[in-house]
Structures are given as C-alpha cells and as structure tokens.
Design a protein around this ligand. Structure first.
Ligand code: ZN
Length: 496
C-alpha cells in the first residue's frame, strides 16, 4: 500500500463508522424521548453491538498502519489533513488499549442504568440506582486504567471530554474561583429578591413550545435541520450533518425553565449546525471539546438570554403567548432571571452559584475515583459537601445526588467542562464585543446574526483543527482566564 492510499482509506472508514455512530445516537435519543419502558433490554443489546462494532473496526491493525503511513507522508501543518491525522492517532492509541468486550459491557450497562436512574430519580430512591452506579464506576475505572494516566485515574477520564485538562489544573482553578464566587454570591444574596409571584399564571405547554420556537429561530437555530422534543433531562444531540435534536422539559407554572433550557440546548445546536457538514465524521468536522461546546450553550443562554436587551425585545412577544406578562416590564424580567439564590438543582441555578454546584460534583468524582469514596457513602457525602458549599440542607436524593443524568450514562469527568464553558463563554463574548463594536447595537434590535457569524467563523467552522485551549486563544486573542467571567458576574449581580 502506498502512503497516498492511506489517508483516503481513513476518510472512508471514519465516514462508515460515523454512519454507525449516528444510528446509535438516534437509538439513544429515542430511548430518552419515545421508547416504552420495556424496550430497554433490547435497546441495551443494540447499543452494546454498535459500540463493539465501531470499536473493533477502528482498532483493526491496518487502521494503525494507515495512520502511521499518513503520519509518514507528513501533511501540511495547519491543514485539515494534519489535524485529522493528529486526532486519529490520539483516538487510536487510546482505543486500542481497551478490549472490545469492555466497550460492549459499558454500552450495555449504561443503556440499562439510564432507565434505572430515571425511575430512581422519580422515586428519590438512591438504593435502586446504586448497583448500576457501582457497575459503571467499576467499568469506567477499568477503562481509565487501560487508557493510562500519570497517577490519577480521574485524569484519564477527563481527557475523554477535554483534551489538555488535568485534575491538578482544575483543582487550582477551582481554588481560585471559589472564594470569588462565594463573595459575589454573599453580596448578591443580600439584595432585595424579585417577587417571583409576579410571574404567576398559566403557561400551557403548547404556548411555551410556540414561544421557545420563535426565540430559537431568532437566534439562528435552523428547524429544517433540527427539532425540539420533551425529555426528563434537557440535552442536544447531533444525528447527522443536517439533523440536530434538542430536548427540554416543561413547567406549566413557569415558562422560564423550558425557555432557558431551549436557549441553552439551541446554543449547543448552533455549534452543531455550524460545523462543516462535508467533513462530518472527520475530526475537523467535529466539535473540539465539551468545554468549548458548553461555551456556546452558556453564551446564548446567559450572555444573550439573560441580558436586559433580550427582554426589551422579547417581553412583548412573551406577552402575546402569556397575556398576564403584559403587566411586567423588561426590567422585571431581567431581574427575575438574574436572581442569586441558594438552590438545589444545578440546571436551574443562577450564574453566580452555578459553578459551586460544579465544584461539588468535581470533588465528588475525584473522591470516587482517586479518594476511594464508596457508592453507599455518596448521598451522605454529597449532602454534607452541598451544605458546606451552598448553605442548604438536601431533603431527599432527587434534589441531591440523583438529580443529574451524567453518572447514569457512565460519564465521569464531564462536569468540570461546564465551568470551563462558563469561563470560555465570558471570554469569547468579551472578545466578540471588542472585535465587533456594533454587536450590542444589533442585539438590542433583536438581530443576533453578527454574534452567530463571529462564532461560526472563530469556533464552529474550525471544528477540531486546533486543540481546545489553542482554539479559544486564537479566537479571542488570548487564553481564557476567570477574569472576564468574574467581571460579567459582578456586572450582572452587583451592578445596577
Ligand atoms: Zn450544556
């Protein structure tokens, strides 16, 4: 085989694997939105088959030869080809260390655990979920040991979601961030709270859907290439170059929950829709990391959706769907969505306390993987740390350690990327404002295309050409630090 054949072979193979992976993603989406309860056993077999098949085909020895031949051929630095080969090498070296049976067992276990978690959360019954969690932690630990690490199991898990992240750096980052957030929260919590009773009224699901759709379209989400469904846990998943699925959940007493869920997931969806479809399945056509993905969701949810300008545009439209809102002012809505509050649920937390929720999860995960914390001790440990961080007692596990879907999917090492996303979002927003001084004027007029174009060019289209930190630094002109985010929080929560 000549070296010239190797690269096209890799392109063809990864395209085929993507056909399989997208089919599996559709099955997973279906499980969370449509599948009847008793379908889970067979669905778990399907997921195990897809996971094993993709793994076997990607880890075949000839694939290693093709990657080595492509490396030897030496693509032009900075090209798509060079980035693809770099990423395939990284993925291949990790994947070939893990036996296919472990991949299958992991996929099977998590498909079952996901349904078990939904039932356990509903009943606030940790004991019902504990055996599934035990298995997933064990399988994840085994995977991490196969992948290898420099002494901390958790670092091998982090790498799956955020290239370049390490627990040493995250621990240092959180140690810096925590006192600043606690101080901002303490001051913000002393402010006169907005009377949420003023929003009281009926919010029928169909009207929430109509309003959410208007907003999602306005920020640029393309409904010819995407849709929104209901699910227990809001998420976004890409099923192909022109097929992006969002989910949200509805509270008929408060429209804000589904709206911000949609804005958040639409932020992920815009990234997905902005990737180069012709490179779908290649690393350069894929999102670079979760910390960058989350910067996009938090940007549209918080920097856009919780701004004064947004409510000046959107309160009149909201009042068409929910007429009782006509008695409120945009300033009322602005205050109602920027309220610091001690609360139990991460996805509904305000921006100041949000990262404290993440720090708790990070501490729990490192305690599980590197500190020997036993599954049976998770609820007690969670509740103790939660009270210490947020000053609230946890009354039951559904509002404590059972609230998030992540562990039921066997994804450990994912949570810290939410905080990286917050920092990246503020850093990118500040950079976009500097580079495009007319941005705020456009957004005040309800035109979000300038901001989306900037993200398309700087973040979406590059895909995984650069590693996450390098991409952010290239887009913004400097590496992300907590500075822009803390300035954003002070202005939102301690400003006028
Ligand atoms: Zn997200």
């Amino acid at each position: 085989m000549s070296t010239a054949d190797a690269y096209p072979k890799l392109i063809a193979l990864t395209r085929e694997l993507k056909l399989l992976q997208d089919a599996a993603a559709l099955l997973s989406w279906d499980q969370e939105t449509q599948m009847p309860r008793d379908g889970v056993a067979w669905r778990a077999e399907q997921m195990a088959w897809f996971g094993g098949e993709v793994h076997r085909r990607f880890t075949a020895p000839e694939v290693g030869d093709w990657i080595a031949a492509s490396e030897a051929a030496g693509a032009e630095p900075g090209s798509d080809e060079a980035a693809n080969v770099r990423e395939w090498r990284h993925a291949y070296d990790r994947a070939t260390r893990v036996p296919a049976e472990l991949v299958e067992a992991f996929e099977r276990t998590r498909a079952i655990a996901k349904s078990a978690w939904a039932a356990a959360r509903e009943a606030s019954d940790f004991a019902a979920f504990a055996p599934h969690l035990e298995k997933l932690i064990d399988l994840s630990r085994r995977k991490a040991e196969y992948w290898g690490h420099g002494g901390r199991t958790y670092d091998a898990l982090l790498d799956e979601f955020e290239r370049g992240a390490s627990s040493a750096r995250l621990t240092a980052l959180f140690a810096d961030l925590r006192p600043e957030l606690v101080a901002i929260a303490a001051e913000a919590l002393e402010r006169e709270p907005f009377d949420a009773g003023r929003l009281a009224g009926d919010y029928p699901v169909e009207r929430q859907q109509a309003f959410n759709r208007e907003v999602a379209e306005a920020v640029g989400f393309d409904f010819a290439a995407g849709r929104i469904d209901a699910a227990v846990h809001p998420f976004c998943t890409g099923l192909g170059p022109r097929d992006t699925r969002l989910t949200t959940r509805y509270d008929v007493a408060d429209f804000r929950s589904s709206l911000f869920g949609v804005l958040h997931e639409a932020g992920h969806g815009l990234y997905d829709q902005g990737l180069r479809g012709e490179c779908h399945g290649q690393p350069v056509g894929e999102a670079v990391s979760l910390g960058v993905h989350e910067s996009q969701s938090r940007l549209w949810e918080n920097h856009v959706g919780r701004s004064r300008a947004f409510w000046e545009t959107w309160l009149p439209r909201a009042a068409v769907h929910f007429p009782h809102l006509a008695r409120l002012t945009p300033e009322d809505l602005y205050r109602s969505v920027n309220q610091a509050e001690r609360s139990h649920i991460r996805v509904e937390a305000d921006e100041v306390t949000y990262d404290l929720h993440i720090m708790l999860r990070y501490e729990m995960e490192t305690a599980i993987f590197d500190g020997g914390l036993a599954v049976a001790d998770i609820p007690g440990e969670w509740n103790r740390r939660f009270e210490d961080l947020l000053g609230l007692k946890v009354r039951h596990d559904a509002e404590g350690c059972l609230q998030d879907i992540h562990w039921s999917l066997g994804i450990f090492g994912y949570f810290p990327t939410y905080s990286l996303g917050n920092l990246n979002a503020s850093h990118l927003m500040a950079a976009a404002r500097r580079q495009r001084p007319d941005l705020d004027g456009q957004m005040a007029a309800g035109d979000y295309s300038g901001l989306l174009d900037w993200m398309r060019e700087k973040i979406h289209r590059p895909g995984s050409r650069l590693l996450p930190e390098a991409l952010i630094a290239q887009a913004a002109g400097s590496a992300a630090t907590p500075e822009a985010h803390l300035a954003h929080l002070r202005s939102r929560y301690l400003g006028d």
